[in-house]
Design a binder for this molecule. Structure first.
Ligand code: C5P
Length: 283
């Protein structure tokens, strides 16, 4: 029997780096929301006790280094499952882009295996398990809109943002989250106002949301890859209400309320950047 699970990408409405921890990670405060750009995960039970992954990507390995493989292995050992699983991953989310693609796939595998093997595990418990896989995976297990604290594992659900369009533009470079975090200098860091973003969500105030988008890592990634600032400038010039780099980058997104305007920005960005998407917020 096959089971399908959607693995939506996320964008950061804010990303604040608060302090360095003893375990090498940073304490963060990130408001994130899911968008309707999604990978598709197909799961099949195997009688033999093994995990098979198939995906067509030049950039992602299909062996035990794949985060989806690690998610299945963790799930099986944690719940003592002896059946195996075949996982087909159809990728639409760009890789190393700041959109949480790998985390979304891993989270979808956890949700999907819970259904495939009818274990009825609560989402919160799955999200706690997901913490061992990566800092963005607990959020991706929940999906929707939430603020993530700690190293990303402490999730508090938030209301969805007001409906709007998102134009995403990814420069032709991959960014390693680890490399960007290594360059953080806490005394020089910009801090976005995450509480203003949270208020804007409760108040369903698009203007307030737009003016308060912010990302502590943006200046660091832009210094390494000037393409990020160029794309930001182009999007603003083209009329996006607010523009921000997502995660550790390099993808930049612009928010727009009117569909016609979003389409115009999408068209002009396509002349400037190879990978451009026009999607909606679904969080
Ligand atoms: O948790 P994840 O594997 O996604 O993190 C990748 C890298 O990003 C970590 O090895 C760490 O260097 C850095 N990171 C961090 N603080 C966080 C999340 C990630 O320093 N909260």
């Amino acid at each position: 029997m096959a089971l399908f699970e959607k693995a939506p990408a996320k964008i950061n409405l804010s990303l604040d780096v608060l302090s360095k921890r003893n375990d090498g990670y940073h304490n963060v405060e990130m408001v994130m929301t899911t968008i309707d750009l999604a990978d598709r995960i197909e799961l099949y039970t195997l009688k033999e006790n093994r995990i098979e992954i198939s995906l067509e990507s030049r950039y992602v390995p299909s062996d035990e280094r794949n985060l989806a493989y690690k998610a299945a292995a963790l799930f099986k050992s944690h719940y003592g499952i002896r059946s195996g699983v075949r996982i087909n991953i159809y990728k639409s989310i760009p890789v190393s882009a700041g959109l949480g693609g790998g985390s979304a796939d891993a989270a979808a595998v956890l949700r999907g295996l819970n259904r495939l093997w009818s274990l009825n595990i609560r989402t919160r418990e799955l999200a706690d398990l997901a913490d061992a896989l990566g800092s963005d995976v607990p959020f991706c297990v929940h999906g929707g809109t939430a603020v993530a604290r700690g190293r990303g594992e402490r999730i508090e659900k938030l209301p969805s943002p007001p409906p709007c369009w998102v134009v995403l533009a990814k420069p032709d470079i991959g960014v390693s989250t680890r490399t960007i975090f290594q360059r953080v200098r806490l005394d020089k860091l910009y801090h976005p106002d995450s509480s203003a973003i949270i208020e804007a969500l409760y108040e369903r105030d698009f203007a307030k949301l737009s003016t308060n988008l912010g990302n502590s890592l943006e200046a660091i990634t832009s210094a390494l890859h000037p393409e990020v600032s160029h794309i930001k400038g182009k999007m603003l010039q083209n009329g996006a209400s607010a523009v921000l780099m997502s995660g550790s980058g390099p993808t930049v997104y612009g928010l727009v309320q009117q569909e016609s305007k979003a389409q115009r920005i999408y068209n002009s960005m396509r002349g400037f950047c190879e990978e451009v998407y026009l999607v909606r917020l679904i969080g």
